[in-house]
Design a protein around this ligand. Structure first.
Ligand code: TTJ
Length: 636
């Protein structure tokens, strides 16, 4: 190495050594999520360049060896000597902790949260990292290994003089990361989101590994198009996406919103392009202004009479899809997971921009204003009706000491950790399950017919639904604010439906209900899907069950394909008698259960995904279940 290390460089190395010693302190985790953060960290630099208006294209490639290449057509990281450090600026970017990608100020640096730790952290955690800069007809290059400089920045070739940009390739160090294989879908989802949040930039993703894939995202409409995308499987209540934009005291505010005919509130907030699932001051400012402006409009236009109470925020936000995006120079994050914005000036900034521009929009678009007010008033009435209904149920349960639903065949054991409840589709399968079960620990709750889609029903109708009431009382935990996991009566909630499309649909609806009303049950791993067999094979009085086509084939190979084989394709649970149902699906010693799970950190993403999947499109929902129901024989 022909490079003399001075005191500055030694300090630098100690800095990066600290990153390798405690990677978790810098990127949160060395699991899959942390691995992907490396890519976001690098791409964020190019996005900053796009935000400055000097970069239009970002290409990300997952190479065959799982290294990643990011190329942009920005101005290029400066190659000149940084006088404070005495080395080229690009070297500072990759070797000095917290140097960030900014030189000469301006822009919004991301701090706190999980991003914004700087490219040097990526460098420190990579087996190697190579950077090329295209600048004034020359290609500059430098390589690092585990954060250490391999050679001083050098010119390795020439290019057209107009061409500018930066290219970075890095290979995450397997000594640091538990997982080094990138998940295409995870990157794709994030880049789509980034493209929505940075209007006009094109972000392309290429997978050069075994299964070749390619996606490209570019949205001229930015977050307006994001709202259209989120509402794509729903019916919008009006054509316009309402859009507000402005700058208050250096805080850039951008908001897009549109109501749909569903009842869920879908407000997603971002700070410096990073999702804040726990909201914070920006979201509070948004909610406050919307509530204020709509009430004012409704009063001024006599849509709300003088003697009627104000609309509550939740009434107005029923069926509302919104993106709230702020850019702030020094964001402060609060809360346990540091994902909640704390700066009070963000509250005022969003409130001011939205109040002004939403008021103006409503005045210009009275037809849209009327639709929003009327929808909110209907919601207000439904909420009032639901409150009354809930109060009645609460009083009843208090008096009756939790009257269990009549259809429930409860188990005799009272230790929840040993108890299971099977939620069974249909009365006939429910009957077989009741006969088959082990009475001591297995309870059966048969459900009749179609299950209510809680995404598509208003709250008063949900509380009035018999199947939903039965599940709530059987589980024992209560819901929402009153949810108490310590009251859970069964530590396994097992959804048992037919192994066909209808069965999967019903399972999805049940999962949706649990996810929306008692997410903790899924979070803590209490929810399972039963796996009934697809085939029964009989030969010479011996019986085999197959749970997949593959398994059927291997059984047939094993026992030989001949005319003595009798193969039965089960169309539903109802075709099995009690004994068969026990043997194949309910006997803890033999059955297979899939646990439904998602990890805490992915909650916000799943929430986004979940909403987009719960429209009328059946196919993606199934994918959701399959992707998230990890296959595990938990009894084995
Ligand atoms: C900063 O201001 C002066 C001109 O150059 C600006 C800059 O640093 N631009 C820039 C950095 N564009 N792209 C990057 C970048 C790209 C990648 C892939 C990785 C990193 C660390 C920076």
């Amino acid at each position: 190495m022909d490079f003399e290390y001075g005191a500055d460089q030694i300090q630098i190395l100690e800095g990066l050594e600290a990153v390798r010693k405690r990677p978790g302190m810098y990127i949160g985790t060395t699991a899959l999520r942390g691995l992907h953060h490396l890519v976001y960290e690098i791409v964020d630099n190019s996005v900053d360049e796009a935000l400055a208006g000097v970069c239009t294209q970002i290409d990300v490639t997952i190479n065959e060896d799982n290294s990643v290449t990011v190329v942009d057509n920005g101005r290029g990281i400066p190659v000149g000597i940084n006088h404070k450090a005495g080395i080229p600026a690009v070297e500072v970017v990759f070797t000095v902790l917290h140097a960030g990608g900014k030189f000469g100020g301006g822009g919004y640096k991301v701090s706190g949260g999980l991003h914004g730790v700087g490219a040097s952290v990526v460098n420190a955690l990579s087996t190697y990292l190579e950077v090329q800069i295209f600048h004034e007809g020359k290609i500059y290059q430098q390589r690092y290994e585990k954060g250490k400089v391999c050679y001083p920045l050098k010119v390795v070739g020439s290019c057209e003089t107009e061409k500018t940009g930066t290219k970075v390739t890095f290979l995450p160090d397997p000594d640091i990361f538990e997982e080094t294989v990138f998940d295409y879908q995870m990157l794709k989802d994030r880049f789509r989101e980034m493209a929505f949040l940075t209007k006009g930039v094109r972000i392309s993703l290429h997978d050069c590994r075994e299964e070749k894939k390619e996606d490209s995202f570019c949205y001229e409409g930015g977050i307006k198009e994001f709202v259209v995308y989120l509402n794509r499987s729903k019916q919008a209540l009006y054509d316009d996406v309402i859009y507000c934009e402005g700058n208050r005291d250096g805080i850039e505010v951008e908001v897009a919103l549109q109501h749909n005919d569903a009842y869920q509130e879908n407000c997603y907030s971002f700070v410096n392009n990073i999702n804040t699932p726990d909201g914070g001051t920006h979201l509070e400012g948004f909610k406050r202004s919307v509530t204020k402006v709509i009430n004012e409009y409704a009063r001024n236009n006599k849509l709300l009479k003088d003697n009627e109470p104000n609309l509550a925020g939740e009434d107005i936000r029923e069926g509302l899809t919104a993106i709230i995006s702020v850019k702030i120079e020094e964001p402060q994050f609060e809360g346990q997971t540091k994902q909640k914005l704390g700066n009070s000036e963000a509250r005022t900034a969003v409130d001011s921009v939205v109040s002004e521009q939403l008021t103006w929009f409503l005045e210009q678009n009275p037809a849209v204003a009327k639709i929003i007010c009327e929808k909110s008033i209907v919601s207000q009435r439904a909420r009032e009706a639901a409150r009354k209904a809930r109060e009645i149920t609460r009083r009843k349960t208090a008096l009756d000491g939790m009257a269990l639903p009549g259809k429930l065949a409860d188990c005799s054991n009272k230790d929840p950790s040993l108890c299971e409840i099977y939620i069974v589709e249909g009365d006939s399968a429910g009957g077989s399950a009741k006969k088959a079960r082990s009475r001591d620990t297995q309870a059966i709750l048969p459900l009749r017919g179609k299950i209510l889609n809680v995404e598509k029903a208003r709250i008063d109708k949900i509380y009035a639904n018999a199947e939903i009431k039965a599940m709530i009382t059987a589980f024992g935990t209560g819901i929402h604010d009153e949810f108490d996991i310590s009251k859970l009566r069964y530590h396994k909630i097992i959804i048992m439906t037919d192994a066909d499309v209808d069965g999967e649909h019903i399972a999805t609806l049940l999962l949706t209900f649990i996810f929306r009303f008692m997410p903790e049950l899924i979070k803590q791993g209490y929810v399972y899907l039963a796996q009934p067999p697809l085939y029964k094979v009989e030969k010479n009085k011996k019986v085999w069950y197959a749970y997949s086509d593959d398994e059927l084939n291997s059984i047939l190979v094993e026992i030989g394909r001949d005319s003595n084989n009798k193969i039965q394709r089960y169309k539903g649970l109802g075709e099995m008698d009690a004994e068969q149902l026990w043997e194949t699906t309910m006997d803890p010693a033999k059955r297979i259960l899939k646990r439904v799970n998602y990890d805490e950190e992915m909650l916000s993403e799943i929430d986004l995904t979940f909403n987009t999947l719960m429209g009328d499109n059946v196919e993606p929902r199934r994918e959701f279940i399959e992707a998230n129901a990890k296959y595990s024989n938990i009894d084995a």
